[in-house]
Design a protein. Structure first.
Length: 236
């Protein structure tokens, strides 16, 4: 443990001496609200674009996506060998890998390891059900193999921002996506469920939950927000 602490402290020191966080740039406080939204969006959108839903939002609901990037997204530094989550823990965030390498181990009903995956930047997204299924719990263990960084999407804040949006088309489309996601999840056997969604087949499946006029284009390019709460916000 002492060695890990020293190693991580050195990693953080080198990072902070070579990189200045936005909070340290006082002039950024002078930006208008819209410019602040656009700045956070520009810094984070690249990591989100592996998921078709965010590609849809960039095309059809840019202002909503900018607000989500500013309010619902945060960066998390993870030390080598640090555990991000364990099976059975309440799922409060969805994740995208910004840098580093993670190992994911899925456990079975007896809490025994049943499957392993490696997650690197752009290869997969993690724990999407946390956005759509109230009370969802992680199914496996996510561990950093190197000093790494995650982009975290807060399920609670995601719900709040979407439900407060005045963009009716965006809200209704996200509602339809959530309902389709939930239906697909219910049809999966327990053996097929995982916290990891690899790009490729998962991207095509996610695209199929979007409005038909958009999902075709995405396919070529290859809780907190429970279905119930979003449906009520849409119909209300």
């Amino acid at each position: 443990l002492t060695w890990r602490i020293k190693k991580y402290a050195l990693y953080e020191y080198k990072k902070h001496t070579s990189f200045m966080p936005m909070s340290a740039v006082s002039m950024l406080d002078l930006l208008s609200e819209q410019m602040t939204l656009e700045l956070h969006y520009a810094l984070r959108i690249g990591h989100l674009m592996i998921h078709p839903l965010f590609g849809f939002m960039e095309k059809e609901a840019l202002l909503l996506l900018q607000k989500l990037c500013y309010k619902a997204l945060s960066l998390k530094n993870v030390a080598s060998d640090e555990i991000v989550f364990l099976p059975g823990a309440a799922a409060e965030s969805m994740f995208f890998v910004v840098s580093g390498v993670f190992n994911y181990t899925l456990t079975d009903e007896n809490d025994e390891p049943s499957e392993e995956d490696q997650v690197t930047p752009g290869s997969a997204w993690v724990a999407e059900p946390s956005l759509w299924v109230q009370g969802w719990k992680y199914l496996g263990v996510l561990t950093a193999q190197t000093e790494s960084e995650l982009l975290c999407v807060s399920a609670g804040i995601f719900e709040d921002v979407v439900c407060r949006s005045n963009d009716f088309y965006a809200r209704s489309s996200i509602c339809e996506y959530a309902a389709a996601f939930w239906k697909d999840l219910q049809m999966q056997s327990l053996a097929l469920k995982s916290d990891i969604e690899q790009t490729g087949i998962s991207s095509r499946r996610a695209a199929s939950f979007l409005p038909p006029e958009f999902s075709v284009a995405v396919g070529k390019k290859g809780g907190r927000l429970s279905v119930g709460s979003l449906l009520s916000s849409f119909t209300g």
